[in-house]
Design a protein around this ligand. Structure first.
Ligand SMILES: Cc1cc2nc3c(=O)[nH]c(=O)nc-3n(C[C@H](O)[C@H](O)[C@H](O)COP(=O)(O)OP(=O)(O)OC[C@H]3O[C@@H](n4cnc5c(N)ncnc54)[C@H](O)[C@@H]3O)c2cc1C
Ligand code: FES
Length: 507
């Protein structure tokens, strides 16, 4: 099985645009820059480097653009998810200012590239509105506005309501010059431009490991090697890194409802609940799609998927009476960081030729684009004022550890080792479902496909040994500790794990 496992949900973008299948790498090669990962981070880096004349190779273990970039909702925003005032508390005023500006510059860059490369990707400038949740929201809009103005972002203003006819949002903050686009059309255009500039893209090519230092090299699962002067880890979670404690993984859920054309004002909306709801529209030929997301939880730590979609549908129907049929339901994964900013830059001082882009913090369209801009500058030897802001080696200060307790809560699910399985025998597993079976000291991840065929693998996560749990929505095995995910045949979908779930020894 490949990444398009049977049973996984299909996002709006995947349904409306083909993912880019390229040839797999067939021979060992040498290049200037090897980029692992063909999402928005990897392709933006590839685009900027090929434009600057570098020889670039991008490898992806699935289709190009088939990772979390295909699962996004593609709000382009400089309204920081964690709030500007928290970024100021954690990083100081200067870095907070640079961070906000960097997201605005990323939106400008996407607009510029789309124009220069004539990528028809529905790019649109829209306003964004941070609204108060009806219940459970943080009372922090005033504080956010005060901080924004003090740092010079006076374009952000208080508004009595967002401009949605049927939904009286009440007081909110308006963020002008945000953006939205069709992410896979954009990625397709980027890929085409990279190839026109001499870059080479390979899909179904899994990188197993890399070495940096004097002779950087990437080893591919099927045996080839790529020798490069620089390596960029754009794999969402950086391949082979030990940053999992700083990168808690979350699942988030999205619905897409059909609405009459232009019945809802084009804008971005986020409420201030935790987890928060995020809303936008996307144009189709003779109707629009209202895209509503939320209901986030730590990966592997919830299984009430229907209830989560149900709450999103209810929320939508109550506020958007124009919503008709629900056309799409999907979920995806994102990575928070311990301090609200992505990690972008040199992997470590001992591996100066290896770079990473990770920790999207729910803003991976812009963080991924910032990543491409910053890493390409570093590789090209150009100064970039953001290098320190996004430096991956920065440490959590005590104030951050106090404010974000979940950094240290990731080992709780080890308790699954001492509990029984979900079922006592494989006979109890119905078609299309999976369950953990306890057999002596062995934990088995067993899945029965729609034809009745049983797939069994070890249930021990190959990262650090937690027991995986079945995700009945995506038909995957999800690790509740640090967010690794595996297909029903055991292959890795999301890292930090690199190795497939182990085969079972003959009984
Ligand atoms: C539901 C949802 C909604 C979101 N909404 C927004 C939003 O509105 N705005 C926003 O800014 N962000 C949003 N995000 C976040 C954003 O979509 C992601 O952060 C961003 O797409 C990540 O891009 P990436 O290129 O870093 O990673 P990916 O797109 O995941 O690309 C990484 C690639 O690396 C490949 N790969 C991994 N391991 C290997 C390996 N060993 N060898 C070879 N290839 C490998 C994968 O196959 C994948 O294609 C959302 C995320 C989700 C899930
Ligand atoms: S992801 Fe770390 S133990 Fe599974």
């Amino acid at each position: 099985m490949t990444k398009s496992d049977e049973g996984k949900t299909v996002s709006y973008w995947e349904a409306s645009e083909d993912l880019l299948e390229k040839n797999a790498l067939g021979e060992s090669i040498e290049t200037d820059v090897c980029i692992i990962g063909g999402g928005i981070s990897g392709l933006t880096t590839a685009y900027l480097l090929t434009k600057a004349g570098k020889r670039v190779i991008v490898v992806d273990d699935g289709a190009i653009g088939g990772g979390e970039t295909a699962r996004t909702t593609a709000h382009l925003s400089d309204a920081i998810d964690d709030r500007i005032y928290r970024i100021e508390d954690w990083h100081g005023a200067d870095k907070a200012k640079l961070a906000v500006e960097s997201h605005a510059r990323a939106i400008d860059e996407i607009e510029r590239i789309a124009k220069e490369e004539t990528i028809d990707c529905d790019f649109l400038r829209v306003d964004g509105f941070l609204i108060e949740a009806e219940d459970g929201g943080e009372d922090d809009l005033g504080k956010e506005l005060e901080t924004a103005h003090r740092l010079g972002f006076t374009q952000i203003e208080k508004s009595e309501r967002a401009p949605i006819a049927d939904f009286d949002t009440g007081n909110c903050l308006r963020f002008p010059r945000q953006g939205q686009f069709h992410v896979l059309k954009y990625l397709s255009g980027l890929a085409k431009a990279v190839e026109q500039n001499g870059g080479r893209l390979f899909s179904n090519t899994k990188a197993l490991e890399w070495t940096g230092e004097d002779a950087p090299e990437v080893r591919i699962e099927s045996g080839q090697t790529i020798r490069a002067k620089s390596i960029v880890l754009a794999t969402n979670y950086p391949l082979m890194s030990k940053m999992f404690a700083k990168l808690p993984a979350y699942r988030t859920y999205v619905i897409g409802a059909r609405i009459p054309k232009n019945s809802v004002e084009k804008c971005l909306i986020w409420d201030n609940a935790d987890p928060y709801i995020y809303v936008r529209t996307q144009p189709e030929n003779d109707y629009d799609v209202l895209i509503v997301g939320g209901e986030d939880h730590r990966t592997g730590q919830a299984e009430d998927f229907d209830a989560r979609f149900g709450r999103l549908v209810q929320w939508t129907q109550k506020r958007f009476p124009a919503a008709e049929e629900i056309l799409y339901k999907w979920s995806g994964q994102y990575l928070e960081t311990h301090d609200g900013l992505a990690f972008i830059g040199r992997y470590s001082s001992s591996e100066p030729n290896v770079y990473l882009i990770t920790g999207d913090s729910g803003m991976g369209m812009t963080h991924g684009t910032i990543g491409g801009m910053l890493v390409s500058d570093l590789i090209l030897g150009k100064e970039n004022s953001l290098a320190e802001v996004y430096d991956p080696s920065r440490l959590a200060t005590q104030s951050i550890v106090d404010a974000v307790p979940e950094i240290i809560s990731s080992t709780v699910p080890y308790v699954d080792w001492i509990t029984g399985g979900d079922v006592s025998s494989a006979d109890e597993i119905k078609k299309g479902t999976g369950a953990i079976i306890s057999h002596g000291t062995t934990k088995i991840a067993a899945y029965r496909d729609e034809d009745g065929k049983l797939f069994k693998r070890s249930a021990v996560c190959t990262h650090l040994g937690c027991i995986v749990r079945f995700n009945s929505l995506e038909k995957t095995w999800d690790c509740p500790c640090h967010g690794s995910r595996f297909g029903t045949d055991g292959h890795v979908i999301n890292s930090p794990a690199i190795a497939t779930l182990a085969e079972l020894k003959e009984e």
